[in-house]
Design a protein around this ligand. Structure first.
Ligand SMILES: Cc1cc2nc3c(=O)[nH]c(=O)nc-3n(C[C@H](O)[C@H](O)[C@H](O)COP(=O)(O)O)c2cc1C
Length: 224
């Protein structure tokens, strides 16, 4: 395989392109689209967003110490793009995109976007001035989830919501399911003697989980 060597740059894809809602203590609010985001710790639950100081949203996040990460779906893709190419300095993005403000459960200033299936409420714990972007390291203080995607057993079926990925300048719908966490080490049997029930794709289903957990002792069980 022949490879080109490029100068250093960011090529980590796919990423989520989330809509971050925020507000300053004077009650001005805004939405900014962010791809430089991720999970950094399970317990305590922590995340980050990296924002250029020139963005209109920057001072809101800095002054209030709050923001909400709103996940983006196929239905919200155009709104997410719009919030990433227009500034709140001269546009009311809520109005232009037909988005609705809803009170956060744990924050004082930043509202959540009602139309998003998952709203991750965050409180800034540290600002790291890295260079072009300043990283807001934050603690997750509450998560709101759309009940539409709860199944009858109370399991949140997030992947039914039509989540969108951002890769190298393009928005992409997620494709078919290829497996589930830990599928590479799960025993493949057809007799059912292993006690693990499989779905149509040959992947161990929910009902097989309890038995499988025992077998996977010492391995990564998905708790991160
Ligand atoms: C897909 C996408 C991802 C983006 N990711 C970031 C990002 O991670 N950090 C950032 O500062 N700007 C990012 N931007 C640019 C801002 O969203 C854009 O400059 C926006 O207009 C700023 O809004 P504001 O001035 O109202 O705060 C992104 C834009 C798009 C379309």
């Amino acid at each position: 395989m022949s490879k080109q060597i490029w100068k250093p740059g960011n090529m980590l894809y796919p990423l989520p392109a989330v809509m971050v809602s925020t507000a300053d203590p004077d009650g001005n609010d805004n939405i900014i689209t962010i791809a430089w985001t991720g999970t950094v710790c399970t317990n305590p639950p922590m995340t980050y967003i990296s924002v250029r100081p020139g963005r209109h949203s920057y001072h809101m996040i800095k002054e209030s110490g709050e923001f909400v990460i709103n996940l983006t779906t196929e239905r919200l893709m155009r709104a997410a793009d719009f919030c990433g190419v227009r500034s709140g300095r001269d546009t009311d993005k809520w109005k232009q995109c037909g988005l609705t403000r809803k009170a956060a459960a744990s924050l004082k200033y930043a509202p959540v976007i009602e139309e998003s299936p998952v709203n991750i409420e965050c409180q800034v714990v540290k600002i790291e001035e890295l260079g072009s972007h300043h990283m807001f390291l934050a603690r997750v203080t509450a998560v709101q989830t759309d009940e539409t995607y709860m199944d009858e057993k109370g399991k949140f079926e997030l992947n039914r919501s039509g989540l969108v990925a951002y890769s190298h300048g393009e928005y992409l719908a997620l494709g078919k399911k290829l497996g589930t966490f830990g599928c590479s080490v799960k025993k493949k049997t057809t007799s059912g003697r292993s006690g693990v029930r499989k779905d149509k794709t040959g992947v161990a289903g929910k009902s097989g989980k309890r038995i499988q957990k025992k077998r996977m002792k010492g391995q990564d069980t998905g708790k991160r």
